[in-house]
Design a protein around this ligand. Structure first.
Ligand code: ADP
Ligand code: MG
Length: 737
């Protein structure tokens, strides 16, 4: 199954959007970001720092400034990835950045304007154009799914009743890795169809949200495309390759304010960025290379992207930035995040002949339907020949397979027509026959009608089968056939040239970056000098180098300070969140310990189990699943000799006859209790009383019954609550019982 088992790093590109009108009118002109597109560098200026402080420089695989076009980003950074997906390698593109920096613009863009179409519509175009231009021995099956993760719940955006649908579960299989169970997947035959799928999902997303902006900035949207391609291999057998493409528009990376909120809002705030902070931790663990544990399981997003980060996939990360000075901190965080992601190594490979390929199933089903259909048609044809009284071999010998099939189809149709005509004629003849008995006539007519009905049924069944076969077959796209490619040769050439240019500028940038690194290294080697002049030059160069190094050191020092500050800040935030959660927990404990009877609490606790898959506590069913059908407890069988089941006590009572000790069961004493109620003495005298109860069972039992309602509930409740509270303070909930 595996080929090309080489490792390659995650490709990271950075894009900065233009200043918007509001920012232009507010801040100093120009923003805080400079980009060197040729070198792939971003230079960030701290607006609060003195001018002498060195600026921060980051280098990436590519950078796109405010003037960059959607097409440039696609051709240079995305196209190679989609090509790999079409060759059966998994691919992921995710957009990361603060809200409002252009993640959705980069991923989707403005659909109507060809210049502003984003990565997703361009990828649709790319995939279907590739299929239409590929050779005709290739068959393709393209499927699309669309989901979002909001508050750690996975929701299917293509589910017709998305609003009420329950959250989906994640599952893992050795064959296809982590996947979403019961996720809708639509087979798409054209660009138009896949665009419709996307629009449907976008609408579902907008309808489900009370505030679209708020919702979209806090949820992750994943559009998944699976491309399966079948092609005959050198061994003559058809081989299937499957490439999965994840197009991810992440939630806004800005820090969510968690402080000051309580209850549901607090839990919500804690969950919102859980996936993003888990993503950060996964990236750190992978980039570090030393940590043996990568916390993929900490969130839904990281589990779904498990293969894309450090696994079997090619990945491109687009980090988006805003140029405004007020977002300096967030911009710096994004750049650091992106810088770390560069070090992740993936091991992409071609997925060949996986067991779960849907294309294989489709091919089998189509072959089965075709065989069924052919069988029917041959049968009809043969019947016709019997009617005609001639052998079909006479004219079938030299026909090719296709022609033969067409001939069979025509003859089958003709047979049905002829048979219909024959039956009608015969019916007419019977009707017109005056010598036949009425009874016999009726019988023959009935028989003809039945034959006619059978013929029609047969015809209908064939038509249905044909329709099913055609529908199934149309889902498979055949190279160079299904889609009419309107592009003329000139346009194709133009496209090719554009790709070449993109390829060239990419390799140029790589070379420039390498030259920069080498320059620094080789400076030292050129130390042999012959004259004083040369020596001066060399020493000056060396001095410059040291100055450079010193500047670098300063940069790193500043970096360390920044990172420390950030850690302190996030630790403080975590502590605050923890305090608030502890407070909430104490509150819940107080309620449980004081207002829920201990036995109820125990019952509930015994029934609860933790489901790590869904990260939730769940109730075990009261009745085990296997005995659900017989919910009633079975009545115990009666002891030998008795009609009904009977207790031990009753059996002894029967044996003892009229013994007074066994008489009390069904007797109620109704005399009035004349002693005045005395609550204080009762509470104290209780133990003694129970003692005396044993001595005079019948009478005292009556007294106790009548007294029981006199007990002041107040004193009992307050004392028990005191005990519980004390128990709560010692933090052992079980001790309260
Ligand atoms: P996000 O999805 O990150 O929250 P959006 O994609 O919604 O951000 O972008 C916010 C605004 O900025 C939109 O109006 C969008 O049109 C505009 N925008 C973003 N990136 C660019 C760009 N590269 N060029 C022009 N406009 C952009
Ligand atoms: Mg967005």
């Amino acid at each position: 199954m595996s080929k090309n088992k080489s490792s390659e790093s995650v490709k990271v590109v950075v894009r900065c959007r233009p200043l918007n009108r509001k920012e232009e009118s507010n801040g100093p002109a120009g923003g805080i970001i400079q980009m060197d597109v040729r070198l792939g560098q971003v230079i960030l200026r701290n607006p609060r720092a003195p001018v002498s402080e060195p600026q921060k420089t980051f280098t990436f695989d590519a950078v796109y400034d405010a003037n960059s076009k959607q097409r440039d980003l696609y051709d240079e950074s995305v196209r190679p990835l989609i090509d790999s997906v079409l060759a059966g390698i998994n691919g992921t593109i995710f957009a990361y950045g603060q809200t409002g920096t252009g993640k959705t613009y980069t991923m989707q863009g403005a659909w109507m304007d060809p210049e502003k179409r984003g990565v997703i519509p361009n990828a649709f175009d790319h995939i279907f154009t590739h299929i239409s231009r590929s050779q005709s021995d290739k068959q393709y099956l393209v499927r699309a799914s669309y989901l979002e993760i909001y508050l750690e719940e996975v929701r299917d955006l293509l589910d017709p009743n998305h609003g009420n649908a329950r959250a989906l579960e994640l599952r893992e299989s050795p064959e296809s890795g982590v996947y979403v169970r019961d996720l809708t997947s639509c087979v798409c035959k054209s660009i138009k169809e896949i665009e419709e799928v996307m629009n449907m999902g976008n609408q579902a997303r907008a309808v489900g949200a009370t505030d679209m902006n708020e919702h979209s900035s806090r949820s992750h949207a994943l559009f998944l495309i699976t491309v399966e391609c079948s092609q005959p291999g050198p061994d003559g057998r058809k081989h299937i390759r499957v490439g999965r493409l994840n197009l991810v528009d992440l939630a806004g990376s800005e820090r969510q304010a968690k402080t000051g909120v309580q209850g549901e809002r607090l839990k919500e705030a804690a969950k919102i960025n859980l996936s993003l902070s888990a993503l950060g931790n996964v990236i750190s663990a992978l980039a570090d290379g030393r940590s043996s544990h990568v916390p993929y399981r900490d969130s839904k997003l990281t589990r779904l992207l498990q293969d894309s980060l450090g696994g079997n996939a090619k990945t491109v990360m687009v980090a988006t930035l805003g140029p405004a000075s007020q977002h300096y901190d967030e911009t710096l965080t994004t750049l650091r995040y992106a810088n770390r992601a560069k070090n992740i190594q993936n091991q992409p490979r071609v997925n060949e002949d996986p067991k779960d390929a849907l294309l294989r199933e489709f091919q089998r089903e189509i072959a089965r339907l075709r065989a069924q259909l052919n069988h029917r048609k041959w049968r009809s044809k043969q019947k016709k020949e019997q009617v005609d009284g001639e052998g079909w071999e006479q004219d079938g010998d030299e026909e090719t397979e296709g022609e033969e099939e067409e001939g069979v189809e025509k003859e089958a149709e003709e047979y049905v027509k002829l048979e219909e005509q024959r039956l009608e004629m015969e019916t007419e003849a019977i009707r017109g026959d005056q010598f036949m008995l009425a009874e016999e006539k009726q019988k023959l007519l009935g028989e003809k009608e039945r034959m006619m009905g059978d013929l029609r049924k047969e015809q209908e069944a064939t038509e249905q089968l044909t329709a099913k076969y055609k529908a199934m077959e149309s889902k498979l796209l055949v190279g160079g056939k299904n889609i009419i490619d309107h592009t003329n040769e000139q346009q194709k050439m133009l496209e090719m040239k554009r790709h070449e240019i993109a390829e060239q500028s990419r390799s140029e940038r790589e070379i420039q970056q390498q030259v920069l690194v080498q320059d620094e290294e080789t400076l030292e080697l050129r130390e042999t000098f012959t004259s004083l002049q040369q020596e001066v030059e060399a020493k000056t160069k060396k001095l410059k180098k040291y100055l450079k190094l010193y500047a670098k050191l300063q940069c790193i020092k500043a970096e360390i300070k920044d990172v420390n500050d950030e850690h302190v800040r996030s630790r403080q935030e975590l502590e605050q969140t923890q305090n608030e959660l502890t407070r909430e927990l104490k509150f819940k404990y107080l309620i449980i310990e004081n207002f829920i009877p201990p036995e109820e609490k125990n019952k509930i606790m015994n029934r609860l189990t933790f489901d790590p898959e869904e990260d939730q506590w769940k109730f075990q069913p009261l009745v085990p699943a296997e005995s659900k059908s017989s919910q009633m407890k079975k009545r115990p069988t009666s002891a030998v000799g008795y009609k009904r089941p009977i207790s031990q006590y009753a059996r002894v009572a029967i044996a003892m006859g009229a013994h007074s000790r066994y008489r009390a069961e069904n007797i109620m004493f109704l005399e009035l209790d004349m002693t005045p109620p005395n609550t204080a003495s009762l509470a104290v005298a209780e133990p003694n009383q129970s003692h005396s109860l044993d001595n005079s069972p019948t009478k005292d039992r009556g007294v106790r019954k009548s007294r029981s309602w006199c007990q002041t509930p107040k004193s009992i409740t307050s004392s028990s609550s005191n005990v519980s509270l004390a128990a709560c303070h010692t933090a052992t909930p079980m001790a309260a019982q």
